[in-house]
Design a protein around this ligand. Structure first.
Ligand code: ZN
Length: 369
């Protein structure tokens, strides 16, 4: 009996070694709980279990007979030996040990689970922080490639260079357009040769203006350089100013040389008589933005020009993103007219689509005598 309790206590110590409960205390507690019922149901060690033994053979025989008749289990009535008690006790201990082991395993497994959950949460938090840092760095380093711009508000001319890295010239450029044409050098400028013909055309309302793309074969020659007409479009009010004064609208005719140089011919427009070519263009305006209309008629770009061909000339840029420089400007001194109704029609679509005047920065301006 004592051996079993000692063995049990020893196991208790081992089992408790991994738990928080002090090992000795747990062992003692367990030993007490198991030994108490055992000692209560058994007689003290060394004493014979007198009560269970028959005092008289006759009575014992009678009792045995009665017991045998009442129940077929003679063992229940027979006296327990020390060995039987120890077997029962060891079973009890084994059961308690199994229970204890089970509880400890459950505690250990819960602890492992909790640690795993905590590790996983920390990992997730670290990953999220790393991702946020990487995203911020990527955003700061990412090239800006915006394509939306306008003439007012956040996407307006003052911010064009911030929308797209390729539009840096819009703020950093020193030869930007438009400009106020004044103090020009009056010289005998050569005549520009306009080799224009009736041509097919298509129209687009591109969200910034009405643009008319003209079929090939229309050229201008300035000096020894030839440029082919690509398209013309309109601004309201005029982008160009002459001695500080603008007009209600302007028409820009964009030309390109075979090696990519750009020349823009500007025709200032004032209120007056109806403009034949403008009317044809207005008659075919697409209903939807970015729709293209290709009428089955022709236009002659010569109809856009004023009678007098004196002009101002200077080197500037595209007056919209990407604000590319090294563009030759030819601005006619004489204006063309358009009717108030024709002006009003464009104003309904584009009341303001002109870039503000840019610094001349000492650029040379020439004008015809
Ligand atoms: Zn333009």
């Amino acid at each position: 009996m004592r051996n079993l309790i000692a063995l049990f206590a020893c196991c208790g110590i081992i089992l408790n070694a991994g738990a928080n409960e002090p090992a000795a205390a747990a062992a003692a507690k367990l030993a007490a709980s198991v030994s108490k019922p055992a000692s209560a149901s058994l007689p003290p060690a060394g004493k014979k279990p007198e009560l269970l033994l028959p005092k008289k053979p006759a009575l014992a025989a009678a009792a045995a007979t009665t017991a045998a008749a009442a129940a077929p289990a003679p063992a229940a009535a027979s006296p327990k030996t020390e060995e039987d008690s120890e077997v029962a006790l060891s079973e009890k201990i084994a059961k308690r040990l199994a229970e204890l082991r089970e509880r400890q395993q459950a505690r250990a497994s819960a602890a492992v689970h909790a640690k795993k959950a905590a590790d996983s949460k920390r990992k997730q938090e670290e990953d999220a922080a790393a991702r946020a840092t990487a995203a911020a760095a990527a955003l700061a380093a990412a090239p800006k490639r915006g394509t939306n711009w306008s003439y007012e508000g956040d996407l307006g001319p003052g911010n064009w260079s911030k929308i797209n890295d390729n539009w840096a010239a819009c703020s950093a450029g020193k030869r930007q357009s438009p400009i106020d044409l004044r103090d020009g050098l009056k010289v005998n400028l050569e005549q520009i040769n306009f080799d224009y013909h009736p041509s097919s055309f298509s129209e687009i309302n591109n969200g910034h203006t009405i643009q008319v793309t003209v079929g090939g074969g229309n050229f201008i020659t300035v000096g020894n350089q030839t440029y082919e007409l690509q398209e013309f479009h309109f601004h309201r009010p005029s982008e160009e100013r002459i001695n500080g004064k603008g007009t209600e609208m302007v028409m820009h005719m964009v030309h390109k040389s075979y090696d990519g140089k750009i020349a823009i011919v500007a025709v200032l427009l004032e209120r007056g008589q109806a403009h034949g070519l403008m009317q044809t263009v207005w008659d075919n305006i697409p209903l939807e933005k970015n729709d293209t209309v290709s009428p089955s008629i022709v236009i002659n770009p010569l109809d856009a020009l004023p009678e007098q061909r004196q002009y101002f000339t200077y080197m500037g840029s595209l007056s919209e993103p990407p604000c590319t420089e090294n563009v030759l400007y030819i601005v006619f001194k004489q204006t063309r007219q358009a009717s108030p109704a024709q002006m009003a029609l464009f104003a309904r679509l584009y009341p303001l689509n002109a870039r503000p005047v840019q610094p001349t920065s000492g650029r040379m301006i020439k004008e015809s005598n």
